[in-house]
Design a protein around this ligand. Structure first.
Ligand SMILES: NC(=O)c1ccc[n+]([C@@H]2O[C@H](COP(=O)([O-])OP(=O)(O)OC[C@H]3O[C@@H](n4cnc5c(N)ncnc54)[C@H](O)[C@@H]3O)[C@@H](O)[C@H]2O)c1
Length: 321
């Protein structure tokens, strides 16, 4: 039986937990969250998944010392993530980790955790799941690591918390992780994030990649425009309307006629099933390796912090999650 821990069982942690129900290998699951309310909702959500395997499961507000943890999923918010990881490492030797984005609030935490992983021999991935979604993997096969134009537009979708997904996705599509961030199109005044205690920004963020790819993300401060993702190069164009589960593509092969295709976007409660099965059977998965994600996070977060500090010099760390 494999020992799995979920640390942080809030909105997203409870979806990861639901996904575990479908994992075909037998699991001993421990869910850890200081909030009784979160644990209760997580348990209800787990029990509401109709079918699935019979795993052992326990819920706890603190860490018990245990033997080896095969996989830990760390789904707290960014401000407590380093502490949560340290409690995990103190409680048991952990082999593999899936860590939520945005990783940390403090620049120093990125290296502290990297050193801890190296010291203990643990391997970690960051949950940027566009890399493992079949529809986006099909696009990647057709784009074939060429420089791309990538544009995201929509209303009030949480620009910073989601920018990591899109920039990570461009890095995956074009095979290049070096970029420069242009924050000149952002509104300079942050707004409260939908997650209490954190901030967000509106406006346009541009990442210019070293291979010539360009990622432009625009978040309108008002309105109801659904998020649309456009991915173009000189041979093919894609428009993905995730909320409708559809994409349109046009290219040389269709003489540039636009063709419609189903593009179902899986839920986290489905994605994690495959990620965990892959980690248990191969020790690897398609999410972003920790070291790669650290590079992408810092190139995104440092200029954003500079922008926030230009208005509020006292800002202590990255105020995003
Ligand atoms: N990868 C994705 O697609 C995706 C999607 C949504 C959210 N997220 C990220 O997931 C994170 C969590 O988001 P959320 O909406 O679930 O937040 P949330 O506030 O609903 O959940 C956070 C949970 O962590 C718990 N917690 C606090 N301190 C803890 C500790 N020391 N140990 C264990 N648990 C602790 C809280 O009690 C809470 O239940 C955010 O960073 C968010 O950006 C990622």
């Amino acid at each position: 039986m494999f020992r799995i821990k979920i640390i942080g069982a809030g909105q997203l942690g409870s979806r990861h937990l639901q996904a575990l129900k479908g994992v075909k290998q037998p699991l001993d699951i421990q869910v850890i969250d200081p909030s009784e309310a979160s644990l209760r909702v997580a348990q209800e959500r787990y029990e509401s998944v109709p079918s699935g395997q019979t795993h052992q499961i326990s819920f706890s507000t603190s860490f018990d010392r245990t033997d080896t943890t095969d996989i830990a999923i760390v789904a707290t918010n960014s401000d407590v993530r380093r502490t949560a990881l340290e409690s995990l490492f103190d409680a048991s030797k952990t082999k593999l980790l899936v860590i939520e984005k945005l990783l940390f609030n403090q620049r120093a935490d990125f290296a502290v955790v990297e050193n801890k992983l190296a010291e203990t021999g643990a391997k970690a991935w960051v949950n940027c799941p566009m890399r493992v979604m079949p529809v986006y993997e099909q696009i990647r096969a057709n784009i074939a690591a060429t420089p791309i134009s990538y544009r995201v537009t929509g209303s009030q979708f949480g620009l910073v918390t989601n920018a990591i997904h899109y920039i990570d996705h461009v890095a995956h599509l074009c095979g290049c992780t070096e970029f420069e961030l242009d924050t000149s199109g952002l509104d300079r005044t942050p707004i409260p994030s939908k997650r209490p205690g954190f901030l967000e920004l509106n406006g346009t963020l541009v990442a210019r990649f070293a291979d010539g790819s360009r990622c432009e993300i625009t978040c309108y401060p008002s309105g109801t425009a659904p998020v649309v993702v456009e991915i173009f190069n000189e041979k093919i164009r894609y428009i993905v309307r995730e909320s409708e589960g559809k994409l349109w593509h046009s290219g040389e092969s269709s003489k540039w006629a636009w063709l419609e295709q189903a593009a179902p976007i899986p839920y986290q409660s489905q994605i994690t099933t495959e990620v965990i099965e892959s980690l248990l059977s191969t020790g690897d998965c398609g999410l972003t390796p920790y070291a790669t994600s650290v590079r992408i996070h810092l190139q995104l977060l440092d200029p954003l912090l500079e922008l926030v500090r230009s208005q509020s010099p006292e800002t202590a760390g990255y105020p995003f999650t």
